[in-house]
Design a protein around this ligand. Structure first.
Ligand code: NAP
Length: 328
């Protein structure tokens, strides 16, 4: 019986070329773990940030401490995947060998491999058969970020919501989920992505190469920034009374400033990491299974072209998610 697997490995921080496919031992399963044969995974903006240590301003030291000071501590990237359980630990009751699952490994990473170990108590749920492995693998990263920020920002039906960076993985999930919650969505993207945003539910589309949403006359109850160029000082004039600014991408100074804004103004700034919740993943799977949420897919790459997939993510221009087919 073979005990090895193919994995996309990096041993030093750098460009996509630091990723190579190597043979590694399969992860060993503890009593509470499951071993998943990975069918599909994605390369996300988090993989790009960690691989190249491109952290938002102010977070460079925290990034090294979290992921390895001189070299990566976890040599396998990838935080979302779908596949089949091939082994379970002795204490696992929720899952059985043969179950199809979708999982979000978050900062533990490890999804860019033929096999991935996940704790049965972590962010892992069953994959319904109506949902393909590829669609399932593209749910967690954008979807849980959207749900978590909308919960923290108290999204309500009827809110006028502007999403800056609407065509990315997080933005495109937010457009769909906000529209579905009954919000009126304005999507900020380049003109090439305008039609896709309307299909996902945006009422208004603003081309950032031609217009500045922050100096227009329209007011918003909620503004989401996934790009990093819409801090409070830029958008406060177009934030309605009791408006919320959700900084999915925030610099350290912006994060530190947010409590002051919350005390001194009628606005609220929400920033910080997404909390990864299994109930959010279940919600996304349920929505996707009956066609109410469809992750936007930018491109697909075979596993042995994963460095090219990283290069696509590095452009910062992908439209939705970049999928990797790990095994069929
Ligand atoms: N707080 C958290 O826990 C958390 C969680 C997840 C992600 N994040 C962060 O959120 C950010 C977005 O993640 P993502 O995965 O959605 O990124 P992504 O998919 O790589 O975003 C790419 C999109 O950004 C758009 N874009 C680029 N420049 C733009 C601009 N000036 N104005 C408007 N849109 C622009 C591009 O559209 P065009 O081609 O039209 O320019 C492209 O569609 C990342 O920096 C990530 O690190 C934070």
């Amino acid at each position: 019986m073979t005990t090895h697997m193919k994995a996309a490995v990096y041993r030093r921080y750098g460009p996509p070329s630091v990723i190579t496919l190597q043979d590694l031992p399969r992860p060993v399963v503890g009593p509470n773990d499951v071993l998943i044969r990975v069918r599909a995974a994605t390369v996300t903006s988090a993989d790009w940030r960690i691989r190249s240590l491109s952290m938002p301003y102010g977070f460079a030291t925290a990034g090294r401490l979290a992921f390895g000071v001189s070299a990566p501590r976890q040599p396998i990237l990838g935080s979302e995947l779908a596949g089949d359980i091939v082994k379970i630990g002795t204490a696992v009751r929720k899952f059985a060998v043969g179950d199809a699952v979708v999982a979000f490994t978050g900062a533990k990473l490890g999804a860019h491999a033929e096999y991935c170990r996940v704790s049965a108590d972590a962010v892992i749920v069953h994959k319904p058969s109506a949902l393909s492995y590829e669609m399932a693998a593209a749910l967690p990263f954008g979807g849980t970020t959207a749900l978590d920020f909308f919960r923290r920002g108290a999204l309500r039906a009827g809110d006028r919501v502007l999403i800056n960076g609407a065509s990315g993985t997080v933005g495109s999930a937010m457009v769909q989920l906000a529209a579905q919650a009954g919000a009126e969505v304005s999507a900020v993207c380049s003109s090439a992505n305008a039609e896709a945003m309307q299909r996902l539910g945006a009422t208004h589309v603003i081309d950032y190469t031609r217009a500045d949403f922050a100096s227009g006359g329209r007011q918003y109850d909620m503004i989401v920034d996934t790009v990093g160029n819409a801090p409070y000082a830029r958008v406060r004039a177009v934030l309605a009374a009791r408006g919320r600014l959700l900084l999915v991408l925030a610099t350290l100074p912006e994060m530190l400033r947010s409590p002051w804004v919350n005390i001194r103004s009628q606005h609220r700034v929400v920033a910080g990491p997404t909390s990864e919740r299994v109930d959010d993943l279940q919600t996304l799977v349920d929505l996707a299974a009956d066609g109410r949420f469809t992750p936007l897919i930018d491109s697909r790459f075979p596993f042995d072209a994963i460095a090219a997939a990283h290069a696509r993510v590095d452009t910062g221009r992908k439209r939705g998610s970049v999928l990797i087919t790990v095994s069929s």
